[in-house]
Design a protein around this ligand. Structure first.
Ligand code: GLC
Length: 414
C-alpha cells in the first residue's frame, strides 16, 4: 500500500469518527444510581445488566449508601443540599419522597398511571397530585420464627407478645442453650427502631396523627416501651438489645441463634442461602398483638426518585420506569424476597414457588400502617428512635421516654 493510499484511508476513518461522534453513535451516558445496601445491591446489578444490554449507549453504576436507612438519608441530605449532580437516580425509603419533593431534590415523573401499584405506594409517591417517585419494592415487618423449634415443643406461632414470651421461655428451658436468644428486634437508634416503638403502640388502637392533627396517647406509648424493655430484662431478648440493628437481627437469626425475630422481607432470601444455618426451618407470620389489642405492623418499602440535579433527566426517568416495572418487581421478589408493589404478583406461580409465604403477605402489606407522613420526618424519626434506644439502654424509664416522645413530637407535628 502506498503512502497516499494509507493517508486517504486514515482520513476516511477520522472523518467517520467525527461523524459518529457528532451524531451521538459513540456517545455513552453513565447513570449513577444510589441503592440501599438492605435492598440487595447484587441482585439489582443483574437487572441493571439487563437494562444495559437492552439500551446500548447507557451504562448504570451503583453507589451504595450507609448500612441503615437513616445513615443513607444523612448522606443524601449532604449530597443534595450541595446540589451535587453526580447521582441521577435515588432509592428512597418510603418515608422520604414527601420530604425530598418538598426540598426540591427530586424531579416529578409525569404521566405515570399509579393505579396498578398497591395503594399505599401510589399514595407515598404522590405529593400534591404529582408523582415524585416510583415504587421499587413493598415491605413490612414480620415475625420470623424457628418452625423446627416450635414444632418440637408443640407450639403455634404466637399471636400476642405474651404468648411469644411464654413460648420463648418454654423453648429456652427445654434447649438449655445459652447462645439461643428468644427474640431479636431493633433497639439501636436506627430508623427501624421507629417501627419498634410504633408496632405495640398501634396494636393498642392508638394513632400519632388524626385528621391531620397530633394525637398521642402517652400511656400507650409507655406500655410499648415497657414491653420491649421487659423482653430484655426478663432474658427473652439479649441484654444489649440497644445495640442491635436490622441486619444484626438477620445475621443472628440466620446463624441459628434466635427463636423469634422481628424483621423485614429481605431477610428471607438470606435465610435460604448456602451459608444459612436455618434453611427449611423458618416460618414467617404476622407480628403479634399486645394482649387484648389488634395485630399491627409497620409499612416499609423503597422508591425510585430522579435527582433534580441530574444532568440526564430523560434517561434517568426511563431507567426508573424500568426499575419500577412488573418485570423487575417479579425478578426482585424471586431472587431477593423483596415484596412486589403490584398486587397481581402475589398470586404469580413463580413468585410463590420461590417465596411461599408471599401467598399470604398481600393483606399484611395492605393493612400495614404508615409512619407519620411529613416533610419534617427526620425530626420525628430522631425523637422516637433515640428514645427507644435510651429506654432499652436503661438510661430512661418507659414513662419518661413516653413523655419525651410526646413533648418532642408535639413541637414537630402540631
Ligand atoms: C426496611 C423498610 C424501610 C424501613 C427500614 C428500617 O428497609 O423497607 O421502610 O425504614 O427497613 O430499618
Amino acid at each position: 500500500m502506498n503512502l497516499e493510499r494509507i493517508s486517504r484511508i486514515a482520513g476516511l476513518l477520522l472523518g467517520f469518527g467525527a461523524f459518529a461522534f457528532a451524531t451521538g453513535a459513540c456517545a455513552e451516558t453513565t447513570l449513577k444510581i444510589f441503592v440501599t445496601s438492605q435492598g440487595q445491591p447484587g441482585i439489582w446489578r443483574t437487572v441493571l445488566d439487563q437494562y444495559e444490554a437492552r439500551n446500548p449507549g447507557v451504562k448504570v453504576a451503583i453507589e451504595l449508601g450507609g448500612a441503615t436507612s437513616d445513615l443513607q438519608a444523612q448522606y443524601l441530605n449532604t449530597v443534595l443540599t450541595a446540589k451535587d449532580s453526580s447521582l441521577d437516580v435515588l432509592m428512597l425509603d418510603v418515608i422520604r419522597p414527601a420530604q425530598f419533593a418538598a426540598a426540591g431534590w427530586t424531579s416529578p415523573i409525569a404521566s405515570e398511571n399509579m393505579s396498578s401499584y398497591l395503594r399505599a405506594y401510589a399514595e407515598a409517591n404522590t405529593v400534591d397530585g404529582k408523582v415524585v417517585a416510583l415504587p421499587a419494592f413493598a415491605d413490612s415487618m414480620f415475625l420470623y420464627y424457628r418452625k423446627d423449634l416450635l414444632d418440637k415443643y408443640g407450639l403455634q406461632p404466637p399471636t400476642t407478645w405474651d404468648e411469644l414470651a411464654a413460648a420463648a421461655k418454654k423453648i429456652a428451658d427445654g434447649e438449655q442453650n445459652p447462645s439461643l436468644q428468644g427474640l431479636s428486634f431493633q433497639g439501636k437508634a436506627i430508623e427501624g427502631a421507629v417501627c419498634t416503638f410504633l408496632v405495640p403502640y398501634w396494636s393498642q388502637g392508638k394513632v400519632v396523627v388524626k385528621d391531620g392533627k397530633f394525637d398521642f396517647d402517652r400511656e400507650a406509648a409507655a406500655k410499648s416501651l415497657a414491653l420491649w424493655k421487659n423482653f430484655a430484662d426478663s432474658g427473652v431478648a439479649k441484654k444489649n438489645i440497644a445495640e442491635v440493628a436490622t441486619d444484626d437481627t438477620r445475621k443472628e437469626f440466620q446463624a441459628g441463634n434466635v427463636v423469634f425475630a422481628v424483621n423485614w422481607a429481605y431477610a428471607w432470601a438470606m435465610t435460604q442461602g448456602a451459608d444459612s444455618a436455618v434453611v427449611g426451618k423458618v416460618g414467617v407470620a404476622r407480628l403479634p398483638a399486645v394482649t387484648g389489642g389488634e395485630q399491627a405492623t409497620c409499612l416499609g418499602g423503597w422508591e425510585w426518585g430522579v435527582s433534580a440535579f441530574s444532568k440526564h433527566q430523560e434517561e434517568a426517568k426511563k431507567l426508573v420506569e424500568y426499575l419500577s416495572s412488573p418485570e423487575v418487581s417479579k425478578i426482585m421478589a424471586i431472587k431477593g424476597s423483596l415484596l412486589p408493589t403490584y398486587g397481581k404478583l402475589y398470586k404469580d406461580a413463580d413468585v410463590i414457588k420461590a417465596v411461599p409465604w408471599f401467598a399470604d403477605a398481600q393483606p399484611i402489606v395492605e393493612t400495614a400502617k404508615p409512619r407519620p407522613v411529613t416533610p419534617r420526618y427526620n425530626e420525628v424519626s430522631e425523637a422516637i428512635r433515640t428514645t427507644v434506644n435510651a429506654v432499652l439502654a436503661g438510661v430512661t424509664t418507659p414513662a419518661d421516654g413516653a413523655a419525651q416522645i410526646e413533648a418532642r413530637l408535639k413541637r414537630i407535628l402540631r
